[in-house]
Design a protein. Structure first.
Length: 292
């Protein structure tokens, strides 16, 4: 009967090679061969075949809305970086980082910024690295046993406008081969901040339950993060919401995949995710005394 996945894979190879050569993908045909090698490795492991089918198509399309999605080449770059996480390789491939990762993500952040008022005027989308929404690719190795110099994925943080001054909720998008997700909430708040959130849950339990048990929110997001082993000091250990009061992080996330974030309408999809989680975000933001 044959392998239908292999048939589809073979079908796209001629077009893929032709367009790498014809249009000079990345300005370098050798880069095209590297990408093809990555595709073959992924196919052999039978992982994310649907994504690579989409990836081939996206390379040869001239989509005027490319800024609305994540560049598929981002995942190829980080896959290669994971295998070559050293300064000489990065310096030799820095143009690929700039063209396939950094610039497309800054463009995506700017496009999201135009939609932010639909979610909250207090959330910022700043299209830059220093002081902006895009995390640096360089790892902080000072207190880590892992001395590899570069992150193997991209992180985007849309923080509250007061986020530099206080612990405040924000939106987060993580883009790494095999690990793609969108999250929101507040991660590792200090004692004062987490106490404010717990106090608001105790004072407004129905509001909290209506948010986290909302059908659409519950279907879309999963609450996560670390929790205390014992009830927090100063709170009733028999409280009906004790599991929520024991949380050390107040986070909600949804697992995505490479195919989803590379679709042309991903920005629209991401904005909708942010809107769905907006009541959760508003509850946390107002709990810590900030405007939403």
């Amino acid at each position: 009967m044959g392998n239908p996945g292999l048939s589809v894979f073979i079908h796209f190879i001629p077009d893929y090679l032709y367009h790498c050569n014809q249009f000079g993908y990345g300005g370098n045909f050798v880069r095209g061969n590297t990408l093809l090698k990555e595709v073959i490795q992924r196919w052999r492991s039978f992982k994310l075949l649907d994504f690579w089918i989409y990836y081939f198509r996206s390379l040869i399309s001239k989509n005027k809305d490319n800024h609305m999605r994540i560049n598929p080449a981002l995942f190829v770059f980080f896959s290669e970086l994971k295998e070559n996480n050293n300064r000489p390789w990065f310096q030799a491939n820095k143009d690929s980082y700039e063209n396939d990762v950094k610039e497309p993500l800054l463009t995506f952040i700017a496009a999201f910024g135009e939609r932010v008022p639909e979610i909250s005027p207090s959330i910022m989308a700043i299209p830059r690295i220093t002081g902006g929404s895009l995390f640096r690719i360089y790892r902080d190795m000072r207190f880590s046993q892992d001395k590899t110099p570069y992150k193997t994925g991209a992180g985007i943080h849309f923080r509250h406008k007061r986020g530099k001054d206080v612990h405040a909720p924000g939106y987060y998008l993580h883009l790494e081969p095999g690990e793609v997700f969108a999250g929101c909430g507040i991660w590792k708040p200090n004692t004062e901040t987490v106490t404010k959130i717990r106090t608001k849950i105790v004072e407004h339990p129905d509001q909290w339950l209506n948010i986290i048990q909302d059908k659409t929110f519950k279907k879309t997001f999963t609450l996560g993060g670390d929790s205390l082993v014992r009830p927090p000091q100063g709170f009733d250990p028999d409280h009906s919401l004790i599991d929520d009061l024991k949380r050390k992080d107040y986070l909600a996330s949804i697992v995505l995949d490479e195919r989803i974030v590379c679709q042309a309408d991903f920005l629209e999809y991401y904005v909708e995710l942010c809107k769905i989680s907006a009541p959760f975000m508003e509850f946390l933001t107002r709990a810590v005394g900030l405007d939403w």
